[in-house]
Design a protein around this ligand. Structure first.
Ligand SMILES: Nc1ncnc2c1ncn2[C@@H]1O[C@H](COP(=O)(O)OP(=O)(O)OP(=O)(O)O)[C@@H](O)[C@H]1O
Length: 595
């Protein structure tokens, strides 16, 4: 059984965060069997604040938009009321009634996670059948499951649309709930059109006449109820809310935020401060315009690292963290799948294969933890195994792209390292949200190059402020073998003997292993491409022209910038310059003609 949370408050850094409400699940109106299950099977003794606020409103049948910090228990906040209603139907619902609730999620991992929670919550309600459908799975097996009937269906949008169009035996005439979990990411991933089509097909789009399009239902005494949830909101969510929510109740958003936030324009008149409506509600965490809600017990830091020393610094920090704590889980975020693969192989093989150092040095480099990787190019089965294994490990390191950034609930992750910058501040919030969940302590560390320091101001705009990580102190703590110089004399990171030694060893290792060299080159190439792909405004912070490709190469343990990649990159930038010059010329010409 999971660790039970008894305290309603947690204290970190002098700040107090209220996580749990002082009421009980039963006082929120949930069925006693469901309350017993939440306590006995899930180990939940009291609802979280957001659950105390959301459950009564969702039970009442209103459309709801929930905006609450990461790790505050949003999943149960929407699943419990649905199960409460479904178990009440008399006569009992049957599989042949088809789907009553549809939970839309952006990623496979989140799909599995919600499905697993559902399975636990339905333990005493065996006649309510949970199920999932998602891209990459076997279509015909999914068709068979849909034909038998799934009462609560968790789905990724693309695959759902596919079945809505092509699986005639998929019964959704009794559909009562549509939930968009991580609504903004569903839209960010480009599923906007799919969602509109899904809403049309389900007859749940506000602008249409639903009575004409809704299929006839066996169970008639209900209204459709749509729910949108995320820790971060944006303009696209606003649009989705406009087309899918009828007079929604806003939870986690105060009136001030609604009035001031341009992204929520149009919804403010519909919004209401749930504080006034709920008997059980606790103090809502206020958020000012554009500010994101981060767990107060999260300790956020940044580390300033010159580009060429990034890899060594990453390994050194990981080593120092794993040596300090006996039970520690860390997630490191990278910008590309290739970068994950390269670092995964390097960390797996470098300490054991490297012949360049003495045994003592090799032992020094060894990270005493289980190593995992997760990204979108991996086989489904491997993704699933990683996801499950990382959950249960006590001392482990996960290297991942943003597929792990949203919604995933890995217990006891103590530290998040953003080795490659997330770009959007929303992504920063979701990445760090994998730690400090439900009042637990968590640390986060953001890598920035000296030329990227303005990114801190970008985060400040959203109320996110970070303190500096004492890097030199950590580097000084490592013993430096076969080094005559006194460590204390060195003040710069690049010239630090530990950094120089480790960099040399890494480069020698990579050059000696053809497979590693290939991985390094591929990772270098895709890293540069990802760097150039930052959104318009962020380009002034992450400036490609300020990148020293030789230093970037060093950060992939390459002695030299890969010539082929470098040439093609240089050719591209030359071409870009040529194009820009030509544009400039033609503008000038036009200007000259005009004048
Ligand atoms: N009432 C409760 N008591 C104890 N633990 C709870 C309670 N509700 C939820 N949890 C646990 O809290 C953790 C976070 O829940 P959940 O994943 O639903 O958060 P979330 O708000 O959806 O986070 P994110 O925004 O990152 O998706 C989970 O491990 C869940 O089991």
């Amino acid at each position: 059984m999971e660790e039970k949370k008894k305290n309603t408050k947690t204290k970190t850094n002098g700040e107090e965060s209220q996580v749990f409400a002082s009421c009980s699940f039963s006082s929120l109106g949930l069925h006693p069997n469901l309350c017993d299950l939440l306590r006995d099977r899930m180990g939940f003794e009291a609802p979280t604040l957001i659950q105390a606020q959301a459950i009564p409103v969702i039970l009442s049948g209103k459309h709801v938009l929930v905006n609450a910090a990461t790790g505050t228990g949003k999943t149960v906040a929407y699943l419990a009321p649905i199960i409460h209603h479904l178990q009440k139907y008399d006569p009992r619902i049957q599989r042949s009634d088809g789907t009553f609730a549809l939970v839309l999620v952006p990623t496979h991992e989140l799909c599995m996670q919600v499905y697993e929670i559902l399975q636990k919550l339905l333990h005493r309600f065996h006649w309510i059948v949970p199920g999932y459908i998602m891209g990459g799975e076997n279509r015909s097996k999914e068709k068979a499951r849909l034909r038998k009937g799934i009462s609560i269906l968790v789905a990724t949008p693309g695959r759902l649309l596919d079945h809505l169009k092509n699986t005639a035996s998929f019964v959704y005439s009794n559909l009562r709930w549509i939930i968009f979990d991580e609504a903004d990411m569903i839209l960010e991933l480009g599923f906007g059109k799919d969602i509109e089509e899904i809403l049309e097909l389900l007859g749940s789009r506000k602008s249409r006449s639903p009575s004409k399009e809704k299929p006839i239902s066996r169970i008639s005494d209900f209204q459709r109820q749509n729910l949108l949830l995320s820790a971060t909101l944006n303009d696209k969510v606003n649009n989705l809310a406009k087309i899918s929510l009828e007079n929604p109740i806003m939870i986690g958003l105060d009136d001030m935020t609604l009035q001031m936030s341009p992204s929520l324009e149009g919804l403010k008149s519909l919004g209401s401060n749930v504080e006034n409506e709920l008997e059980h509600s606790e103090k809502i965490v206020r958020s000012s315009n554009d500010e994101y809600k981060l767990p107060v017990q999260l300790f956020q830091r940044y580390v300033k690292v010159p580009c060429g020393s990034r890899l060594v610094v990453l390994l050194s920090i990981l080593k120092s963290l794993f040596e300090r704590e006996t039970s520690y889980k860390i997630v490191v975020f990278f910008s590309t799948c290739n970068a994950v693969d390269f670092h995964y192989s390097l960390l797996n093989e470098f300490p054991s294969l490297s012949k360049m150092q003495s045994e003592a040095e090799a032992m020094q480099l060894f990270l005493k933890c289980k190593l995992f990787r997760l990204h979108g190019n991996m086989k489904h089965e491997d993704r699933r195994t990683t996801f499950q294994s990382f959950k249960t490990e006590k001392v482990a390191l996960l290297l991942s792209t943003d597929v792990a950034a949203r919604g995933l609930d890995f217990p006891k992750v103590r530290c998040i390292i953003q080795y490659d910058s997330p770009g959007e501040a929303t992504e920063y919030v979701h990445r760090v949200g994998r730690t400090a969940r439900l009042g637990e302590r968590g640390d986060s560390l953001l890598f920035l190059q000296p030329v990227e320091m303005d990114y801190l101001q970008e985060l400040e705009k959203h109320g996110v402020s970070l303190s500096e990580y004492p890097l030199l102190k950590v580097l000084d703590s490592f013993p430096v073998y076969s080094q005559k110089h006194n460590v204390k004399k060195f003040v710069s990171i690049e010239m630090h003997p530990w950094v120089l030694n480790l960099q040399k060893a890494l480069e020698s290792f990579v050059i000696a292993e053809p497979q590693m060299k290939k991985l390094a080159k591929d990772a270098f190439c895709s890293w540069v491409r990802a760097y150039t792909a930052h959104r318009g405004e962020l380009k002034s912070i992450f400036m490609v022209k300020k990148l020293h490709l030789g230093h970037v190469a060093r950060s992939f343990a390459l002695k030299e910038q890969p010539s082929l990649v470098g040439q093609s990159f240089q050719m591209q930038s030359k071409k870009r310059k040529r194009d820009q010059n030509q544009k400039g010329l033609s503008k000038k010409r036009k200007g000259a003609r005009k004048s």
